[in-house]
Ligand binder design. Structure first.
Ligand SMILES: *[C@@H]1O[C@H](CO)[C@@H](O)[C@H](O)[C@H]1NC(C)=O
Ligand SMILES: *[C@@H]1O[C@H](CO)[C@@H](O)[C@H](O)[C@H]1NC(C)=O
Ligand SMILES: *[C@@H]1O[C@H](CO)[C@@H](O)[C@H](O)[C@H]1NC(C)=O
Ligand SMILES: *[C@@H]1O[C@H](CO)[C@@H](O)[C@H](O)[C@H]1NC(C)=O
Ligand SMILES: *[C@@H]1O[C@H](CO)[C@@H](O)[C@H](O)[C@H]1NC(C)=O
Ligand SMILES: *[C@@H]1O[C@H](CO)[C@@H](O)[C@H](O)[C@H]1NC(C)=O
Ligand SMILES: *[C@@H]1O[C@H](CO)[C@@H](O)[C@H](O)[C@H]1NC(C)=O
Ligand SMILES: *[C@@H]1O[C@H](CO)[C@@H](O)[C@H](O)[C@H]1NC(C)=O
Ligand SMILES: *[C@@H]1O[C@H](CO)[C@@H](O)[C@H](O)[C@H]1NC(C)=O
Ligand SMILES: *[C@@H]1O[C@H](CO)[C@@H](O)[C@H](O)[C@H]1NC(C)=O
Ligand SMILES: *[C@@H]1O[C@H](CO)[C@@H](O)[C@H](O)[C@H]1NC(C)=O
Length: 857
C-alpha cells in the first residue's frame, strides 16, 4: 500500500524531472540531499559504488531510496534496507529530515539512534527490524505522536518499554519481536487504543499484564505475547472484539482456560503455560464461533476434564494440539467431523481404549501424535496420503503394523512405534531405524534372528529399483501368464508361472517361525534355491521363497491348525492355487532322500476320498507337505462349530452333486443349510471316510495304516465331499517320539498293543459314532437314564447299544431327517468297530459294505 502511494510520487518525479533536472552539482549544505548523502557516507557507503540508489549528480527526489512530497521539495520517505549501513546513526543526517514520514532501514547493522533522531515528529512508519540496536528505547519515543507502524523486531533492545508509549495514540502496528526487553509491559501501552497488531513475542517481558489490557484494544486483530515471562491469572479477551489471532504460548499464565473461548478467534495458542480448569465447561460458553477456528494449541498446560464436545463443530480446524495436560481418563476423541485436520497431537492426554476407526476419515492429516497414552488394540487404517509424521509410541497397542503403513515409511519424515506390543515384517528397515523407532516391537519376519541382515540392505535408489522390479515382474508375469494360459488351457486350474523371474529376489536364512505353541526353524541358506516339488507339474520352478510369499512368511494369520505333527498353513501358491501347507515340525531321522521317496509314493496315492498330496519341499530338517486346500474345513469343526463359516457353493445343485452316488441319494432338492444337518449327509461322510480307509488298507501294497483317524483328519472340500487327510505321515515321522504319536489322539485311541489296520477301524468307529450322536469322543455330556455314568462316547454308546437303547444316543438334530432304524444300525456298526479285541472288529472293506446297506435313499 505504502509503495502504491509512493509509486505515484515517482511518476510525479519523472514528470518534474525536466524542470528540476539541472540542480545536480554539489549537495547544498543543510538540504535533504545533503543530510541523506551524509548519512550514507558516514554509515560506510561509498557513493561512487552506489550510484544505482543514490547518485549525487542527480536530483535527490530521483534517488531510488528516496520518496518526496508531491511538490518534489521535501523528502518524506527513505527506504534503504539491506545496504550494509553500519554503526550508530550520526547526528545532523537523517535526524534533520523534518518532513520524513516513512523510514525503513531494516536489515542493516545500525547500533544506536542519533540524539536528533527524536525530532522526526512527522514519522508515521518506522522500520528498524533486523539491526544491531542493543540500547534502551528512550522515552523520547513519545515525540512520535503520529506513528502508525513501529517495527523494532530482531534487535537487542533491552530494559523497559517506556511508559511514554501512552503518547502513541495512532499506533496500529507494534512489533518488538525478538528483543531483550526485560520489564513489565507499561501501563502506558493501554492508551494505544488504535493497535491492531501487537507482537511482543520472544522477549523477557515479566510481571502481569497492565490493568485494563484486556479492554484497551477494541481493534486488536493479532496479539502475540509468546515466549516471555508474563504471569497472572486468566486472560480476558472478551473486549478484544476484533481478535482473531491470540498467541500467549510459553509464558507463566495461570487461571481458567475457559474464558478464552470468546468471539471468533481463528488461531489460539495457549501452549506451555499453567492454564487450568475443566475444559468441558467450554461447552457452555455459547459466545464462541467454532467454525472460525483453524488453529488450537492448548498443549503443555494443566487443563483437566474431558475433551470438549463442541470441538466437533470446528469444521475448519486444521491444527489441534491438546498434548500434555491433565485430562481425565477418556476414550478417543470424536474427530471424524474435523475433516480439515492436518495436525493432530493428543500425546499425553490420558486416552484409553482403542484408536477410533474414524481417524481413517482424516484425509488431510500430515501429523498424528498419539504417544504416551493408554491406547490398546490394533492400529486402525489411517489415511496415509499426506501423513508424514506419526508417533504412536508408549501405548499398549498390539497386533501387526499394517503393511500399507510400513510401505509408506520411506516417504515419511518421522515415525515412532516404540514401546508398544507391536509386530511387523519389513526387510528394508535399517538397523538405525529399528533402534530408534521400533524399540520393543517384534520383527515377525522369518529372519528376525539375525539383524545384521538389515544393515546389508541397500537404501539408495529404492524408488528406481521398485519401479524397475515392478516393470520386470509385470513383463515376466504377462509373458508367463500368456505361455501358461496357452499350455494349460485344458486344465481346470491355472498355475502362475515363475521360474525365470526371480532376479534379485534373494532372501536368505536360516528362517525361524513362531506359532502359539511352537517355534520351528528352516535351516536353508537361500530361499529361492530350495525347490518345491509339485508332482504332476515337474516343470514348475517353485521354491521355498514361493512358500514364504504364499503364507506371508508363515504368518500366524495364515495358520489353519496346529496338528500333532506341526502347524498347517494355507496360502495361494504362485498367487493362484489355494493350498494347505503342512510342516512336520518334530524332525525325523530318515534322510532327505528317504523322505523324498516316501513323499513321492504318497503323492501317487489317489482316491476321491483322500486329500491329495500335490507336492513337497524339504527345507533343512523340515519336511513340508503341500495339499489341495479344503475349503470347508474339517469334520470336527463342521460338527461342533456349525453352521457358521461354512462355504456353500452357490451353484451347488448343478455342480456339486453331479456325482452318481449323491444323485442316487436324491438330495439335490434340499437347501444347502438344511442339508448339512441330515442323516443323508452324515452317512455320506461316514461312507466316504470308510472308502478312503478301505482303499489305504486294501488297495495299497503294502497296506497303509493311517494311525490317526479322527474327525479333524476328515476334511470337506469345496463340494462338501469328505476327504481323509494325513495318511502315511507316520513313516516320514519315524523317530524317537514316533511311538507316542503312533497311538492316535485322545478319544480315538484303540486299546491295542500293536498298531494294525484294525486300529484305524477303531478310530473310524469313533468318527462314525460322532456322526450319528453329534457328540465329542471325550469331554462331552453323555446323558443316561440308567445308573451308570459314561466317561467317553465309546463306552456311552456301547452301553446303550448293548441294552438296545441305541436310539437314545441319536443326535436330536438329525433324528427327524431320516430313517431312525438306519441310524440305530449305524450305531451298531460303530459298536462293532470299537470292539476291545481287534479281531472282533470288521475290516474297512466290510464296514463299507455294512454302511452301504443302511444308505438312505
Ligand atoms: C570509495 O571508493 C573509492 C574508489 O573506489 C575509494 O578510493 C575510496 O577510498 C572509497 N571510500 C570509502 C569510504 O570506502
Ligand atoms: C548519475 O546521474 C547522472 C545524471 O543523471 C548520470 O549521467 C550518471 O551516469 C549517473 N551515474 C551513475 C554511476 O549512474
Ligand atoms: C546511544 O546514543 C545516545 C545518544 O543518542 C547516547 O546517549 C548513548 O550513550 C548511546 N548508547 C550507546 C550504547 O552508545
Ligand atoms: C519491516 O521490514 C521487514 C523486512 O522487510 C518486513 O518483514 C516488515 O513487515 C516490516 N515491518 C512493517 C511494520 O512494515
Ligand atoms: C544480540 O545479542 C546477542 C548476545 O549479545 C548476540 O549474540 C546477537 O547476535 C545479538 N543480536 C542482534 C540482532 O544484534
Ligand atoms: C522483571 O525483570 C527485571 C529484570 O530482570 C527485574 O528487575 C524485575 O524485578 C522483574 N519484574 C518482575 C515483576 O518480575
Ligand atoms: C506462537 O509464538 C511462538 C513463538 O514465537 C511460535 O513458535 C508459535 O508458532 C506461535 N504460534 C502460532 C499459532 O503462530
Ligand atoms: C456446546 O455444547 C453444549 C452441549 O455439549 C451445547 O449446549 C452448546 O450449545 C454448544 N455450544 C455451541 C456454541 O454450539
Ligand atoms: C499397558 O497395559 C499393562 C497391563 O494392562 C499396564 O500395566 C500398563 O501400565 C499399560 N501401559 C500403558 C502405557 O498404558
Ligand atoms: C503382547 O501381546 C501378546 C499377544 O498379542 C501378549 O501375549 C503379551 O502378553 C503382550 N505383552 C505385553 C507386555 O503386554
Ligand atoms: C548374522 O549374519 C552375519 C552375516 O550374514 C554373520 O556374520 C553373523 O555371525 C550372524 N549373527 C548371528 C548372531 O547369527
Amino acid at each position: 500500500m505504502k509503495f502504491a502511494l509512493l509509486g505515484s510520487f515517482c511518476i510525479l518525479t519523472l514528470f518534474l524531472k525536466s524542470n528540476l533536472g539541472q540542480q545536480q552539482d554539489q549537495s547544498i549544505p543543510n538540504s535533504d540531499e545533503f543530510f541523506i548523502s551524509q548519512f550514507f557516507e558516514k554509515m560506510g557507503i561509498n557513493s561512487s559504488k552506489s550510484s544505482h540508489f543514490y547518485n549525487v549528480s542527480s536530483y535527490v527526489c530521483l534517488w531510488e531510496v528516496v520518496f518526496c512530497d508531491s511538490k518534489q521539495q521535501s523528502v518524506i520517505g527513505l527506504v534503504a534496507p539491506n545496504l550494509g549501513l553500519t554503526g550508530p546513526m550520526p547526528d545532523n543526517t537523517i535526524g534533520k529530515l523534518k518532513k520524513l514520514q516513512f523510514l525503513d532501514l531494516n536489515s542493516n547493522q545500525i547500533t544506536n539512534f542519533s540524539s536528533d533522531f527524536w525530532g522526526l515528529i512527522s514519522l508515521k512508519s518506522l522500520n528498524l527490524s533486523n539491526n544491531r540496536f542493543s540500547v534502551n528505547l528512550p522515552t523520547n519515543i513519545a515525540n512520535f505522536g503520529s506513528l502508525v507502524k513501529l517495527d523494532l523486531s530482531f534487535n537487542n533492545f533491552t530494559g523497559s518499554l517506556p511508559d511514554s508509549f501512552s503518547s502513541l495514540a495512532s499506533l496500529q502496528v507494534l512489533n518488538l519481536n525478538r528483543n531483550r526487553f526485560d520489564s513489565v509491559i507499561p501501563l502506558g501501552m493501554t492508551s494505544c487504543h488504535s493497535l491492531t497488531y501487537v507482537d511482543l513475542s520472544m522477549n523477557s517481558f515479566n510481571g502481569s499484564l497492565p490493568k485494563g489490557f484486556g479492554t484497551a484494544f477494541p481493534k486488536l486483530k493479532r496479539l502475540n505475547l509468546a515466549a516471555n515471562l508474563i504471569s497472572g491469572r486468566g486472560f480476558d479477551v472478551s473486549k478484544m472484539v476484533s481478535l482473531n489471532y491470540l498467541n500467549v504460548s510459553k509464558n507463566l499464565f495461570k487461571g481458567s482456560v475457559v474464558e478464552i473461548f470468546q468471539g471468533s478467534l481463528e488461531m489460539i495458542d495457549l501452549s506451555s503455560n499453567h492454564f487450568e480448569g475443566h475444559i468441558s465447561q467450554v461447552n457452555f460458553n455459547i459466545s464462541f464461533d467454532w467454525s472460525q477456528l483453524i488453529h488450537l494449541d492448548l498443549s503443555d498446560n494443566e487443563i483437566s476434564g474431558m475433551f470438549f464436545s463442541n470441538l466437533t463443530k470446528a469444521h475448519n480446524l486444521k491444527h489441534l494440539n491438546l498434548a500434555k495436560n491433565r485430562f481425565f481418563k477418556q476414550s478417543f476423541i470424536q474427530i471424524d467431523q474435523l475433516h480439515s485436520l492436518e495436525y493432530l497431537n493428543l500425546s499425553e492426554t490420558n486416552i484409553i481404549g482403542q484408536i477410533g476407526d474414524q481417524i481413517s476419515k482424516l484425509n488431510h492429516l500430515k501429523t498424528l501424535d498419539l504417544s504416551n497414552n493408554h491406547l490398546a488394540g490394533k492400529i486402525p487404517l489411517l489415511a496415509f496420503k499426506n501423513l508424514i509424521n506419526l508417533d504412536i509410541s508408549n501405548n499398549n497397542l498390539t497386533g501387526d503394523i499394517p503393511l500399507t503403513l510400513l510401505q509408506k515409511l520411506p516417504w515419511m519424515e518421522r515415525f515412532n512405534f516404540s514401546y508398544n506390543n507391536l509386530t511387523f515384517c519389513d526387510y528394508d528397515i535399517s538397523l538405525e531405524t529399528l533402534r530408534s523407532a521400533f524399540i520393543g516391537s517384534t520383527n515377525s519376519c522369518p529372519i528376525a534372528a539375525n539383524s545384521t541382515f538389515f544393515k546389508e540392505k541397500l537404501h539408495k535408489h529404492r524408488g528406481l529399483k521398485l519401479a524397475l522390479g515392478l516393470a520386470i515382474s509385470l513383463i515376466c508375469l504377462l509373458i508367463g501368464l500368456l505361455l501358461f494360459a496357452f499350455w494349460y488351457r485344458t486344465r481346470t486350474r491355472m498355475w502362475d508361472a515363475k521360474g525365470s523371474c526371480n532376479e534379485e529376489n534373494i532372501i536368505s536364512g536360516p528362517f525361524s517361525f513362531k506359532t502359539d505353541s511352537t517355534t520351528w526353524v528352516a535351516d536353508v541358506k537361500v530361499a529361492s534355491l530350495v525347490p518345491v516339488v509339485i508332482f504332476e507339474k515337474p516343470l514348475l520352478n517353485f521354491t521355498f521363497s514361493d512358500l514364504l510369499s504364499a503364507t506371508s512368511n508363515f504368518n500366524q494369520d495364515t495358520l489353519l491348525a496346529e496338528g500333532r505333527f506341526g502347524p498347517v498353513y494355507h496360502g495361494f501358491l504362485g498367487g493362484v492355487v489355494h493350498v494347505a501347507i503342512k510342516v512336520l515340525v518334530h524332525g525325523s531321522t530318515i534322510t532327505d532322500q528317504e523322505a523324498a521317496n516316501e513323499l513321492e509314493y504318497l503323492g501317487r496315492i489317489k482316491h476321491p476320498n483322500l486329500v491329495p498330496l500335490i507336492g513337497h519341499c524339504l527345507a533343512g530338517d523340515q519336511r513340508i507337505m503341500i495339499y489341495d486346500y479344503m475349503e470347508n474345513g474339517n469334520l470336527h469343526n463342521f460338527l461342533y462349530d456349525l453352521p457358521l463359516g461354512v462355504h456353500v457353493n452357490e451353484d451347488w445343485n448343478t455342480d456339486t452333486w453331479e456325482d452318481q452316488e449323491t444323485n442316487e441319494n436324491g438330495i439335490q432338492n434340499v437347501g444347502p443349510e438344511a442339508l448339512l444337518v441330515t442323516w443323508q449327509f452324515r452317512h455320506k461322510i461316514g461312507l466316504g471316510t470308510a472308502r478312503a480307509l478301505a482303499f489305504l488298507h486294501h488297495g495299497c501294497s503294502p497296506p497303509i495304516i493311517h494311525r490317526d483317524v479322527k474327525a479333524s483328519s476328515v476334511y470337506l472340500d469345496y463340494n462338501l465331499e469328505p476327504k481323509l487327510s494325513d495318511f502315511g505321515l507316520s513313516k516320514i515321522f519315524e523317530n524317537g517320539v514316533g511311538d507316542d504319536l503312533a497311538h492316535g489322539s485322545p478319544g480315538y485311541t484303540s486299546p491295542d498293543d500293536v498298531v494294525t489296520p484294525k486300529s484305524d477301524v477303531y478310530g473310524f468307529g469313533v468318527v462314525l459314532l460322532e456322526l450319528i450322536t453329534g457328540k465329542k469322543p471325550v469331554g462331552d455330556e453323555y446323558p443316561n437314564d440308567e445308573n451308570w455314568k459314561a466317561q467317553d462316547l465309546v463306552s456311552w454308546v456301547r452301553g446303550l447299544v448293548r441294552v438296545n437303547h441305541g436310539s437314545q444316543a441319536i443326535d436330536p438334530k438329525i433324528r427327524a431327517t431320516g430313517n431312525e432304524g438306519q441310524m440305530v444300525e449305524g450305531l451298531k456298526i460303530g459298536y462293532l468297530c470299537t470292539a476291545d479285541v481287534p479281531l472282533k472288529r470288521p475290516s474297512m472293506q466290510q464296514v463299507v459294505g455294512l454302511l452301504k446297506d443302511i444308505e438312505p435313499v
